[in-house]
Ligand binder design. Structure first.
Ligand code: HEM
Length: 144
């Protein structure tokens, strides 16, 4: 194994760790959002703090996925695109970034307890989750 191959394996390991850490958002966030609507102001504060911390993990994971993904594509695949599924994956990544951004734009209203904003935020979260599934499926189809 040469140094580039070893690096590629290590970076892919980070890719998978970030994928698990970030992906936890898509399972836990809808549960928090479900609790948020009927929560008392005090409990809502706690739930919001939890959601913010999770969102931060999600953002760092997303950055790590993009950086390690580009590096693995270089070191292992020499920037040769294996097939069209790769572009489906990239479209899924862009869709995730859009929905995450839309969700961010709701953050202040959600924090103020605006029920409509909470519902919209939940919807954007679910759409992010759906795009995430597209990314995973197309990643597997692209690289196997
Ligand atoms: C939300 C963002 C992302 C997620 C959830 C994700 C997920 C995954 C998963 C599950 C695999 C494993 C597929 C397999 O080997 O069967 C994978 C592999 C891979 N991903 Fe990503 N990925 C993301 C972003 C990116 C980006 C932005 C790039 C590059 C521009 C990228 C490049 C790669 C490469 C090159 C591999 C193959 C590694 C190998 O051949 O061993 N990924 N990704």
């Amino acid at each position: 194994m040469d140094i580039a191959a070893i690096l590629a394996v290590l970076l892919f390991f980070v890719h998978i760790v970030a994928f698990v850490a970030g992906g936890s958002n898509s399972v836990v966030m809808p549960i928090i959002a479900g609790k948020m609507v009927q929560a008392s102001p005090e409990v809502r504060g706690e739930l919001l703090d939890f959601a913010k911390r999770l969102a931060r993990v999600g953002k760092y994971s997303m950055i790590a996925l993009i950086v390690t993904g580009v590096l693995v594509l270089w070191l292992k695949w020499n920037f040769v695109i294996p097939n069209a599924w790769f572009w489906v994956k990239m479209a899924g990544v862009v869709a995730m970034l859009v929905f995450i951004g839309l969700n961010e734009s709701m953050a202040k209203r959600v924090a103020a307890g605006d029920a409509e904003a909470v519902q919209r935020s939940d919807l954007f979260g679910r759409l992010t989750g759906a795009a995430f599934l597209v990314v995973i499926l197309s990643a597997v189809l692209a690289f196997n």
